[in-house]
Design a protein around this ligand. Structure first.
Ligand code: ZN
Ligand code: ZN
Length: 335
C-alpha cells in the first residue's frame, strides 16, 4: 500500500507492506481522504517529526477488516480522530485530556496520509462515528478540527450576549467563528487577507481587516458600546495577533490561545493584572468535544461546504506547499 512519508524536508510516496489486523482487536480501514491540518504543517516545516513519519489524522475511511465489540461492520464509512485519553490520570481528572500521556501516545497507524490505517478498539469505542449520508467526505473531514474549536469554546465559558472576536481567518478561524455563532454568541473576526475576509463575510461572519489596528479597534469599540469584546480567540500564529487581542479585549475578558507563534511572545504581566484578564490555552479535543463537533456537522449548524481544495495522494507535496504559501484555504487529500 502507498503512504506519504516525511523525507528530507519533502513528502514522498513510499510503498510499504499491506496492513492486516493479524489477530489485533480494532479495524483496518481504507482511507478515502484526509484533511491537511495546520499541526501537520508545523510538524513538517519545523522538522518536529523524523524521516519516515506519516502525517495526517483527519480521516474519512471505509472499514475493511474488523474485530470489535462495537456495532461497526465491514463496509461502514467512518470518521475518526487520533488520540484517546485514559480518563484516569490527574490531567484527565482535571479535564485536561489532551495533556494525558496516553492521549499523546495513542495514534492512528501509520498516519492518515496512507491508503490504509489501523484503528485500535479504543479508537472505535471513543472517537469514531459512522458518516451521515447528508455530508460529503470533505465536509465530515472537519470532525477533528471542529472538535478542537468546540473544546476552546467550552473552555471559554461564554455568557449569553457575549461579544467574541476571532483573530485569524484560516480554515480553523472560520469554523471557530461559525461554531461560536452557531452556539448563539455575537462573533466578529479579522484577518489581513482580503479574500479570507470576503469568504467569512459570505458566511455571515462580520469580518474586517486588522492591518490598521487603531481603525479596526475603533470598529470593535463602536460595536461593543466602548467595552471591547468579552473574549478573543487567537487562531492566528502571528506575533502581531497578540497586539490585536490586547487592544480589543474588554477589562476582565478572556483570551483563548489556540496557536503557537514563531517568537513565542507573551502577554504582558501588568496588562493581565490591571485589566484582570484571563489568558488560557486550548489544544486538542476530548471524545466528548468530538461528539459535539459531530453533532454540529451532522445537523449542518456549522457549514463547511466548499472550504477544501482536493489533491491526490501523489500530489500531496503540492498540497503542503499551497497551504504554506496561503494559496488555498484547506487541503483535503483524496486517497
Ligand atoms: Zn487536525
Ligand atoms: Zn489521562
Amino acid at each position: 500500500m502507498k503512504t506519504a512519508q516525511v523525507n528530507k524536508e519533502k513528502i514522498v510516496i513510499k510503498n510499504v507492506e499491506d496492513l492486516k489486523l493479524n489477530g489485533r482487536k480494532g479495524a483496518i480501514v481504507r482511507v478515502l481522504g484526509c484533511g491537511l491540518c495546520g499541526s501537520d504543517i508545523v510538524k513538517f516545516k519545523h522538522n518536529i517529526v523524523k524521516d519516515g513519519a506519516v502525517l495526517g489524522h483527519e480521516i474519512v475511511a471505509l472499514i475493511e477488516e474488523i474485530d470489535s465489540d462495537t456495532d461497526f461492520i465491514i463496509g461502514d464509512k467512518i470518521v475518526s480522530s487520533h488520540h484517546i485519553p485514559c480518563f484516569k490520570c490527574t490531567y484527565c481528572q482535571h479535564g485536561n485530556f489532551s495533556m494525558c500521556s496516553h492521549f499523546k501516545e495513542t495514534n492512528i497507524l501509520p498516519g492518515g496520509f496512507s491508503e490504509k490505517v489501523y484503528l485500535s478498539e479504543e479508537h472505535l469505542k471513543n472517537v469514531a462515528h459512522k458518516v451521515p449520508t447528508n455530508l460529503s467526505n470533505e465536509e465530515i473531514s472537519f470532525y477533528e478540527p471542529l472538535g478542537c474549536c468546540v473544546r476552546a469554546i467550552k473552555r471559554c465559558d461564554l455568557k449569553t450576549g457575549d461579544n467574541v472576536l476571532v483573530v485569524g481567518l484560516g480554515s480553523i478561524g472560520l469554523i471557530m467563528a461559525e461554531a461560536i455563532q452557531a452556539m448563539g454568541y455575537k462573533v466578529y473576526a479579522c484577518d489581513l487577507l482580503e479574500e479570507r475576509i470576503k469568504i467569512a463575510n459570505d458566511k455571515n461572519i462580520e469580518s474586517f481587516n486588522s492591518l490598521d489596528l487603531d481603525e479596526f479597534n475603533a470598529i470593535i469599540q463602536e460595536k461593543t458600546d466602548g467595552f471591547g469584546v468579552d473574549a478573543v480567540f487567537m487562531t492566528s500564529g502571528a506575533d502581531k495577533a497578540i497586539d490585536v487581542a490586547l487592544k480589543t479585549i474588554k477589562m476582565g475578558g478572556k483570551i483563548l490561545v489556540f496557536s503557537s507563534t514563531p517568537n513565542n511572545l507573551g502577554y504582558a504581566n501588568n496588562e493581565i493584572y490591571y485589566k484582570e484578564l484571563t489568558v488560557m490555552g486550548s489544544y486538542s479535543p476530548s471524545p466528548e468535544d468530538l461528539k459535539e463537533s459531530f453533532e454540529l456537522l451532522s445537523s449542518e449548524k456549522v457549514d463547511v461546504k466548499n472550504l477544501t481544495t482536493t489533491y491526490s495522494l501523489d500530489n500531496i507535496q503540492q498540497a503542503f506547499e499551497d497551504t504554506i504559501s496561503n494559496k488555498i484555504f484547506k487541503a483535503y487529500i483524496k486517497i
